[in-house]
Design a protein around this ligand. Structure first.
Ligand SMILES: *[C@@H]1O[C@H](CO)[C@@H](O)[C@H](O)[C@H]1NC(C)=O
Ligand SMILES: *[C@@H]1O[C@H](CO)[C@@H](O)[C@H](O)[C@H]1NC(C)=O
Ligand SMILES: *[C@@H]1O[C@H](CO)[C@@H](O)[C@H](O)[C@H]1NC(C)=O
Ligand SMILES: *[C@@H]1O[C@H](CO)[C@@H](O)[C@H](O)[C@H]1NC(C)=O
Ligand SMILES: *[C@@H]1O[C@H](CO)[C@@H](O)[C@H](O)[C@H]1NC(C)=O
Length: 332
């Protein structure tokens, strides 16, 4: 179930979009509005772990722009291609528009390229708020925080998958995982590319989480904090608490974080790393962002003060578990 951004031409099907599909043909005519977005598909130089590469982006951004709508709204997205007519990048025709109704569903989804491994860098959040006047089935959060997990490849991901398809071997693994496009301090050369969330004590934050990694299931946890899952794949669920969550590729989930009642005089890692049960090679690295508390008594917080605070790390489960072969296999 979900939202689909419908192409206005079949050629478009080669490309975009949302992982899940449903159209409600009866949007509320009175409340719904049309929201317009402009997607300029262009090359952009992006530097992560000290490695600069030219890559396909929307509007020069990595991750791509955020789409925000209310349930029942109509989205009109005008896509203009500014990349060369090179086979590996022809995935969209110039001047196209596509539209959809964000109907029958509210929550977090994401758009992404459908062409091969271009989706490893061409993606962005879709946030569908409830209809105007319809509250969440949980306390209104103080702030909402889109949190999109992804992978970074120093090489061109298209070249990697093409090589794998030619040799029949497994594709080269990613060089880093990212949170909102940022690898974080556990990777070389990336401390300045860290996702930092400044929070106030005693407030509730809503994380809108998306796993845009190609193939990896990711464990996520925030040190010394409990998360409350309230929505999975844009469907409300009965809220439950957890220290650690597992988010599959293509999955989304909305999670509440209640911050500590007082400034804890500490900073906390928000970390994610993959989980595998098989033998294959995969990127075993860990991406970390930092949760920082604002101190109402210190109006000017020097970065030195923040750096001095202890930094706690969550206990993530081991990232590989080799399962014994199934019983029926050992029998024969
Ligand atoms: C990327 O960097 C290269 C080398 O510095 C430069 O020639 C090129 O114009 C840059 N591309 C963009 C889109 O900025
Ligand atoms: C397309 O562009 C990429 C990146 O610039 C290049 O590696 C590739 O050889 C080009 N392919 C063709 C068919 O021109
Ligand atoms: C994949 O990794 C191998 C070994 O490190 C390297 O030789 C090869 O160039 C890589 N392929 C691509 C497409 O980057
Ligand atoms: C990170 O930096 C260290 C020290 O410079 C180096 O030995 C190591 O190979 C680097 N790791 C990666 C993944 O580049
Ligand atoms: C964080 O958790 C660690 C380990 O459980 C504990 O020792 C520490 O006191 C906690 N710190 C804060 C600020 O909650």
């Amino acid at each position: 179930m979900g939202v689909s951004l419908l192409p206005s031409s079949p050629a478009f099907l080669a490309l975009f979009l949302v992982s899940v599909v449903t159209l409600c043909l009866h949007p509320e005519p009175t409340l719904a509005i049309t929201r317009q977005y402009k997607f300029d598909v262009m090359m952009q130089n992006v530097t992560r772990p000290c490695h600069t590469k030219s890559m396909v982006t929307v509007n020069g951004k990595f991750p791509g722009p955020r789409i925000v709508a209310r349930e029942g709204d109509r989205l009109l997205i005008k896509v203009t291609k500014h990349v060369q007519n090179n086979i590996s990048y022809v995935f969209i025709d110039t001047g196209m528009e596509f539209d959809s109704f964000a109907a029958g569903q509210r929550g977090t989804l994401f758009w992404h390229a459908h062409k091969s491994w271009l989706r490893s860098s061409l993606y962005g959040p879709i946030i569908i708020l409830p209809k105007l006047g319809t509250p969440y089935p949980f306390a209104k959060p103080y702030k909402e925080v889109p949190t999109i997990f992804g992978e970074w490849f120093n090489a061109d991901p298209e070249a990697i998958i093409n090589q794998a398809l030619q040799t029949g071997g497994g594709p080269n693994v990613s060089d880093a995982y990212t949170i909102n496009g940022l690898p974080g301090p556990l990777y070389n050369c990336s401390a300045k590319d860290t996702f930092k969330l400044k929070v106030k004590p005693g407030k509730t934050y809503l994380f809108r989480m998306i796993n845009a990694a190609l193939n990896d299931e990711l464990f996520f946890s925030i040190a010394n904090h409990t998360l409350t899952v309230v929505d999975v794949d844009a469907i409300y669920v009965k809220p439950f608490d957890t220290e650690t969550l597992l988010i599959a590729p293509g999955q989304t989930t909305n999670v509440l974080l209640k911050t500590k009642p007082h400034h804890p005089n500490a900073n906390f890692f928000m970390s994610a790393r993959p989980y595998m049960t098989g033998q294959g090679t995969f990127d075993k690295s860990t991406v970390a962002g930092i949760l920082e508390y604002e101190d109402s008594h210190k109006t000017i917080q020097s970065s030195r003060y923040i750096k001095k605070l202890p930094l706690y790390k969550p206990n993530l489960p081991p990232n590989q578990k080799l399962l014994p072969p199934p019983a029926d296999l050992t029998k024969c």
